[in-house]
Design a protein around this ligand. Structure first.
Ligand code: GLC
Length: 738
């Protein structure tokens, strides 16, 4: 009986859903039938307002464009009031009153800024990640926004690329899970809920594989690498229901993404069944002329629309040329109608036709921004993103956690009392005045300590004028804390670096202070891995604190003083020098794997093959022991499950969280396989002295890859399974797929 009632309810629910979408389609049909071709093209047009500049060109005619119906969507326009006024123009002063869609780059927070994505990914905490996205959406929607150009899920394995800061690092398995968590946080499960907004999966595709790490540069790779390494996070985010996708600036295999039928029609729409709408990146249609793929902008617009692009960001190409292209039969009005439909469908889902002003509530805006909930989460996300890279004993005692009775501290470096740079790249409308710096947090936490702060060096020039004061302060201190790294403009978009050393005069200052002989803790704050080999050799305690956002200071101090036991693990390999790049854990074995006793093997003669710090690495204030690695069987059939169990013991004196990682290696494949491939991880909370046995499950699904015929298959054969605290520090066992 109960089952019947449940089925009945389900049926009624589904029926009303279908009825609702039918009603929406009928409304769209009716509206489309009234629209002129120019008004339809207006809906395919996205312009920036004059507030933030995030690309090469700005338009100051956006209000007239809205009023004339030539622009149906705006980005970089926000706050309840500003967007209300712009919406009013669209709704009350245009012929059909179609509401505007407001988009913005809410990448790691809107007003309250959370850790940059690369940092937060190091938490390996999917719930935390989803919560950050949900809270960011809560603030952004209170600021009049409907759509965020997030998640950025570009896999990146070259830290010279400045936008590595915006993603989840080098691994597709972890990158996929993080992309899904962000889509869920941004979109929730109901677009009519005004705390949720549209997500935008970007940058499709493989933007992070720019040659030499130089932004916007050529991307060229095999279809196998594209599908095994770069595409999975986009697909995962789309399978999670992402409403929109943004095309990337780069070409892939000779075709710019915004004109690629292979990427947009074949893969995105046909293979993956993507039903949302596709927006280009900033003027990337126009840029197909520079690519040498389009003869002129009109030709570029035809290539883009016919490849599957629905919306032209800032290029005005659709606006200026599509009508003529339709007249010439180079683009069909039917395709334009379908693009308009895909966009209007989401304006309906957001409830904008019913109430175009529902996201412009100034009372709600005041209540939501910088609430205690936001600030506390920013601090929590910050401390869970900090990677402890080194903590060697000095005179028998590790420097960290720092004793709270430390009397005299020299706090040195350009990031110690810095409000803007710790917000990181893409910090949206983050309010610098709300940032709590390391200096402020340390002073508040140690009121009795004598803390002398000296900037000492600059990040953007080599001046040494601050050295003397910094050295003097260090000589008079019990311990030196150096906050050094990058400013927020030295990473992010259009900020590739060919040299990843500490920029400016920081390295010289570090060495000068090291020469004094005082114990030094370095807190490295950057948007990417830096080549800190000298630091690793000479400094006993190194904390990698990235750019952690509004609550950077308290988060770092929580770790430095041991109020939070660092648990983060690297999601991106740290190279010893730029010459090692690209370097990542999932590399191939090659036919001449390195052997110290054999000259003719794959190596450098001036640096080891191993990175400075590997993927998955991160220390704790406690220690963990792995043992009892057991498999429930040594061979599994295609439809069987392998259970891999391991016992983890907290052998130290401090409670902690350990991220246990599981990798596999397919020893023989019809195409060569990487020496390790992440296939699972679990976060285990362990009190000092406690232990826990955890079990992973693997099936043949987890072992699939593309064979020579580009079929996604699991092949019989021998495998290794690895379980451990990083991609290097592992236990291993063998099994066979039969
Ligand atoms: C930028 C970025 C993209 C961003 C867009 C809008 O150029 O490439 O990530 O979403 O323009 O600001």
């Amino acid at each position: 009986m109960k089952q019947t009632i449940l089925i009945l309810f389900l049926f009624i629910g589904l029926q009303s859903l279908f009825a609702q979408s039918d009603k929406t389609e009928q409304k769209i049909d009716k509206l489309l039938s009234k629209m002129t071709l120019e008004e339809k093209i207006g809906q395919l047009t996205l312009y920036t307002s004059g507030w933030d500049q995030t690309g090469p060109v700005l338009r100051d005619s956006y209000k007239e464009d809205v009023k004339s119906g030539r622009c149906g969507n705006l980005f970089n326009a926000h706050t309840a009031k500003y967007n209300y006024d712009l919406q009013k123009i669209a709704v009350e002063e245009t012929r059909l009153g179609i509401p505007l869609l407001f988009g913005y780059d809410v990448i790691h927070g809107y007003k309250t800024i959370f850790p940059i994505p690369l940092a937060e990914a190091c938490s390996w905490d999917l719930e935390l990640t989803e919560k950050s996205a949900r809270l960011a959406a809560k603030e952004a929607t209170a600021g009049g926004l409907h759509w965020t150009f997030n998640p950025m899920v570009d896999i990146a394995r070259d830290p010279r690329w400045g936008r590595i800061a915006e993603g989840a690092g080098e691994d597709p398995y972890l990158g996929s899970l993080i992309g899904v968590a962000k889509v869920k946080g941004i979109q929730g499960d109901d677009f009519s809920d005004k705390h949720t907004m549209l997500a935008c999966v970007k940058h499709f595709a493989a933007y992070g594989a720019a040659q030499a790490g130089r932004d916007y540069h050529t991307v060229d790779m095999s279809d196998r690498t594209l599908r095994e390494v770069y595409l999975p996070p986009y697909k995962a985010a789309i399978d999670a229901g992402a409403a929109t996708v943004m095309t990337s600036f780069n070409e892939v295999d000779g075709v710019p993404a915004s004109g690629s039928n292979y990427l947009l029609e074949n893969i995105l729409r046909k293979e993956w069944g993507f039903k949302g709408f596709i927006v280009t990146d900033y003027t990337s249609i126009n840029e197909m002329v520079h690519h040498g793929f389009a003869a002129d902008e009109k030709h570029a617009g035809e290539l883009a629309l016919n490849a599957g692009v629905d919306m032209d960001m800032q290029g005005a190409v659709f606006q200026n040329h599509l009508q003529e292209s339709v007249k010439e039969g180079k683009v069909s009005e039917k395709d334009i109608d379908e693009a308009v439909r895909r966009i209007l469908r989401y304006k309906h889902k957001l409830g904008l036709f019913e109430d175009p002003y529902r996201y412009s509530d100034e009372k709600r805006e005041k209540e939501v921004m910088f609430s205690e909930e936001m600030m506390e989460h920013a601090r929590d996300a910050g401390r869970k993103s900090i990677v402890l890279l080194k903590n060697e004993a000095v005179e028998g005692q590790p420097l960290l956690p720092l004793s709270k009775s430390t009397a005299k501290i020299a706090l040195i470096g350009p990031l110690a009392d810095n409000k803007e740079d710790v917000l990181g790249s893409w910090h949206a409308s983050g309010d610098v005045s709300k940032v709590v710096t390391l200096r402020k947090a340390l002073t508040d936490a140690l009121p009795k300590a004598e803390i002398t702060y000296i900037e000492g060096a600059k990040m953007d020039n080599n001046t040494e004028e601050g050295f003397e004061a910094a050295i003097e302060a260090s000589k008079n201190a019990d311990i030196v804390i150096m906050a050094i790294g990058e400013n927020y403009r030295q990473n992010g978009e259009a900020a590739s670096r060919s040299n990843l050393d500490l920029p400016g005069g920081q390295q010289a200052l570090l060495e000068a202070i090291h020469a004094i002989g005082k114990p030094i803790i370095t807190v490295v704050m950057a948007g990417r891995p830096l080549t800190i080999s000298w630091m690793d050799e000479n400094i006993p305690a190194i904390v990698n604190a990235w750019h952690l956002g509004t609550m950077a200071g308290p988060a770092i101090v929580d770790v430095l003083l041991g109020d939070y036991n660092p648990s983060a693990k690297l999601v991106i390999t740290f190279p010893r020098n730029v010459g090692q790049i690209p370097i990542y854990y999932a590399m191939k074995n090659t036919g001449r794997p390195f052997k110290a006793t054999d000259k003719y093997t794959s190596k450098y003669i001036d640096v080891p093959n191993e990175p400075l710090y590997p993927f998955g690495y991160g220390l704790s204030y406690t220690t963990y022991e792995y043992g009892d690695l057991k498999l429930n069987k040594t061979e599994i059939g295609m439809d069987e499950t392998l259970e891999v169990s391991v016992k983890i013991t907290n052998t130290g004196k401090v409670d902690g969280v350990e991220t246990v990682q599981l990798y596999i290696r397919d020893l023989v494949g019809s195409t060569t396989r990487p020496v390790k491939d992440l296939k699972g991880f679990r976060q285990v909370k362990l009190k000092a002295g406690a232990d826990e046995t955890i079990t992973f499950k693997l099936t043949s699904e987890d072992l699939k890859y593309y064979n020579q015929q580009m079929e996604l298959v699991a092949e019989k054969g021998d495998f290794k399974v690895f379980v451990g605290s990083s991609s290097v520090d592992v236990m291993e066992a063998d099994f066979t797929l039969k």
